[in-house]
Design a protein around this ligand. Structure first.
Ligand code: FDA
Length: 390
């Protein structure tokens, strides 16, 4: 027996639940099919369990995509303030942590409960533990799982990206997109720690040390903390830059963003009896200062060191070149960059241009946000865009 709906949504994550709620409240009969035993798993672990549910400053410039204009329409029509209003309507206490990042005071569970309540406000049926065996398309879409066949004239792909596979994340969205002839922009791990090899393994000795830096990859720079790890580099500045970094390219780190461009020369003038190592220790954690001083190889008092050598040390410290040999992969990536090509979709509705009735939203699409609530904002905004167009 085939059960009929107005819309079937695959995936009960952030985007799928938001889309279901919108469509359901428009009196559509919506079925959400989720592979996991419970909805919203990534929401529950996000933001250290407090869910960084949006960023108050989110705008198109905070996203990576082959088409940087694609996200504009959806983001403009469903803003961080709109989501915040929903959060407040449910009496969920929140706070701004830093850089516009909004978190629950209590628990991410409140966000999942809110989305489920919103779904319950419409005709939404959520089925978890469903293994999708096939998706067929003739007049409408027929989805077959171990529990039967479901059909609808509209189908929404909201199964996210493959980052953190141990949580059940899959590349299903891309397989399905390809099945329908949609192009997929090569997926790659983003917001991910970078690994160091060769001579740079030396930095592994200071695993656990962190410092405020500006990390730059491919021209995109982020002023936040960097953290040295037993495999290489992490911390918010590195995670942000990692989304822009491409294999084989350098990553530049400014270790002294607060110091002037010629601070070692100024120091030579004012404190000629001081050494480079001592000055670095004033600016940075001691173990990091020592490793940088060793690699600069400038021993002795500043007064005895040539200006040229000090000028070049300043330049190096402001643009320290790392050559990461890779990333920690999808296993550690907070998100996946790439995905179903935006060229295939309407930026207003998220509907596939060549397959009317098929939609793709959230992380499945080639739109990837910075760290700090931007990815959820895209999930909400794209979910609403589709939910209102279904
Ligand atoms: P999402 O991954 O949320 O949902 C996809 C759903 O589809 C899942 O429920 C999955 O089980 C289901 N599914 C997969 N394959 C399926 C199949 N074959 N059949 C049926 N269902 C299937 N972002 C942010 O803005 N602020 C934050 O604080 C964080 N924190 C954070 C922490 C960690 C550890 C991670 C891994 C990620 C974050 N993120 C984040 C990113 C954010 O979680 C992510 O971008 C959104 O959840 C994407 O929403 P989607 O709905 O697109 O996918």
């Amino acid at each position: 027996m085939v059960t009929r709906y107005d819309t079937i949504i695959l995936g009960a994550g952030a985007a799928g639940l938001m889309c279901a709620a919108r469509a359901g409240q428009r009196a559509l009969r919506v079925l959400v099919l989720e592979r996991a035993e419970a909805p919203g798993k990534k929401i529950l672990i996000s933001g250290g369990g407090r869910c960084n549910f949006t960023n108050i400053g989110a705008g198109p410039g905070n996203y990576l995509s082959a088409n940087p204009h694609f996200a504009k329409s959806a983001l403009a029509r469903y803003t961080p303030r709109d989501f915040l209003e929903l959060v407040e309507r449910y009496g969920i206490a929140w706070h701004e942590k830093t850089l516009g990042q909004l978190f629950c005071d209590g628990s991410a569970k409140q966000i999942v409960a809110m989305l489920l309540e919103e779904c319950a406000g419409g005709e939404v049926e959520l089925r978890c533990g469903e293994e999708i065996a096939s998706v067929e398309h003739d007049d409408g879409f027929t989805v077959t799982t171990q529990n039967g066949a479901f059909t609808a004239p509209k189908l929404v792909i909201a199964t996210g990206g493959p980052s953190i596979p141990k949580m059940g994340a899959t590349a299903f969205a891309y397989d399905l997109g390809r099945q329908f002839g949609l192009k997929v922009v090569e997926p790659r791990p983003a917001l991910v720690p970078l690994t160091l090899g060769g001579e740079e393994v030396l930095f592994r000795d200071i695993s656990g040390v962190s410092a405020p830096v500006v990390a730059t990859a491919n021209g995109a720079g982020f002023a936040e903390a960097a953290l040295f790890t037993h495999r290489g580099l992490s911390g918010p500045a590195i995670l942000q830059a990692s989304s822009y970094w491409r294999s084989g390219e350098p990553l530049f780190v400014d270790f002294v963003p607060e110091r002037g461009p010629e601070w070692l020369l100024d120091a030579k003038h004012n404190h000629p009896r001081t050494g480079v190592r001592t000055l670095l220790r004033e600016a940075l954690p001691a173990r990091l200062a020592d490793i940088l001083a060793d690699r600069l190889g400038l021993d002795g008092d500043l007064g005895n060191l040539p200006d040229k050598a000090l000028r070049s040390a300043c330049e190096r410290l402001r643009r320290w070149e790392f050559r990461p040999n890779g990333t920690e992969g999808f296993a550690k990536a907070e998100v996946t960059a790439g995905g179903i090509s935006t060229a295939e979709l309407s930026s207003k509705t998220m509907e596939a241009k060549k397959i009317p009735g098929l939609f793709a939203i959230g992380e499945a699409v080639d739109v990837t946000g910075w760290l700090g609530g931007y990815n959820f904002q895209w999930a909400w905004a794209s979910g609403v865009a589709a939910g209102e167009a279904l």
